[in-house]
Design a protein. Structure first.
Length: 392
């Protein structure tokens, strides 16, 4: 049985990799293939009555590690300089404004239909408002460099803003001066921790000459994230800052302490580190979505009670995206369709405590929204006509 499971796991990863390679031609998001594979495995296991241990407990662990790696990978890919000022500004507002807009709409709707409190309604609305960088970034690899860059910045910022807002609503019972003050202090504390930890970890990358050096660094990154989460700090902010710090050493050469890190030598190490992060991120992301697909049942997927609401949520998301792109004067196609929900949506949903959960916001609705948003993106990318690249 052990060897059989190893063979199956290896084949699944190789199939996912093959689809990842071919996605630039087929324009089918790899996440859909992985969900189908996981779902099919579950159906096969049920059909042949094979006994498998409960895997549900692994989902939050793999998902958390996946989220850390995805944001770190994005940070290691983002450049902060004057040439990027326009795309960073447009991405910032493109991530923040629709997030707040959708949060207010979905929060009001949940409050109206369920009669729950405002904070609980907003908490349950956040997962639907965040663009998944785990799905968006791999799906736009065949777009023009400017559009791909925009999606990387936008989806990464959407992840960060969404998680920060989720933590705010999770840790506060009411909205007031006190809650905003506490929130502001938490951000400042996390910024200080992020800068200190980034300098310390960068120094370790430079100093360690052992043949095993990047895995301990990755473990320390996850450890800092976990410790920050214990104290309800916006831990994902550290991951992004660390990635940005490493990828933009050349922009920081004017600072004396940066010169001591020997940026020229450190940049070579960072390139190798970024390659490892990309490899591990792919593996963890693949395992997560296959496992998530495995947990999906036919009853949950085809729940007719939640399906109309799932379509309604997708319609509102697309409408908000049309307004957003028009206001920012960005070409609609194909970015209009690149607003998938995915890993962060799942992670935030399963992080909602039972005392603050709403029966209406269930796994059926979450899964249907994720799949529908991925299908919309797939169709939008498939039928998008190739046009000359435009500067955003």
């Amino acid at each position: 049985m052990t060897i059989t499971l190893i063979i199956i796991l290896c084949l699944l990863i190789l199939v996912a990799y093959a689809f990842d390679l071919s996605s630039k031609h087929t324009k089918i998001p790899t996440v859909i293939i992985m969900l189908i594979m996981g779902f099919s495995i579950h159906q096969g296991i049920n059909f042949f009555e094979i006994k498998i241990p409960n895997l549900d407990l692994m989902l939050p662990v793999i998902g958390t590690i996946g989220l850390i790696l995805i944001v770190l990978e994005a940070g290691l890919d983002l450049e902060l300089n004057k040439n990027k000022k326009k795309v960073i500004t447009s991405s910032f507002f493109s991530a923040l404004i629709p997030l707040v807009f959708l949060l207010l709409i979905f929060g009001f709707a949940i409050n109206y239909f369920t009669n729950q409190g405002v904070m609980i309604s907003l908490l349950n609305a956040v997962p639907f408002c965040i663009i998944s960088s785990a799905i968006a970034i791999p799906s736009v690899q065949n777009l023009s460099s400017s559009k791909k860059e925009f999606v990387v910045y936008e989806s990464s910022m959407s992840d960060i803003f969404g998680v920060i807002l989720f933590n705010f609503f999770l840790t506060n019972e009411t909205i007031g001066v006190g809650s905003f003050f506490t929130f502001f202090i938490q951000i400042l504390i996390m910024l200080v921790i992020s800068l200190v930890a980034s300098l310390g970890l960068s120094l370790l990358i430079k100093k360690i000459d052992h043949h095993v050096k990047f895995i301990p660094i990755m473990v320390m990154i996850i450890l800092v994230y976990a410790l920050a989460k214990i104290y309800h700090l916006p831990a994902l902010l550290f991951i992004l800052i660390f990635g940005l710090f490493l990828n933009n050493l050349d922009e920081l050469k004017g600072f004396r302490f940066i010169k001591k890190l020997n940026p020229e030598k450190l940049n070579l190490e960072v390139r190798e580190f970024a390659k490892l992060i990309a490899e591990v991120s792919f593996l963890v992301r693949t395992l997560f979505f296959i496992l998530f697909g495995y947990t999906i049942t036919s009853d949950v997927l085809l729940n007719s009670e939640t399906l109309p609401f799932a379509f309604g949520i997708i319609a509102v998301i697309i409408l908000a995206r049309v307004i957003q792109l028009k206001v920012l004067k960005i070409e609609l196609a194909p970015l209009l369709f690149v607003a998938p929900r995915g890993l962060v949506t799942i992670m935030l949903f399963i992080s909602i405590p039972l005392s603050k959960s709403i029966n209406f916001i269930n796994s059926s609705l979450i899964i249907q929204v994720i799949i529908l948003s991925a299908v919309v993106m797939m169709l939008g990318l498939m039928f998008n006509k190739t046009k000359a690249e435009k500067t955003l």
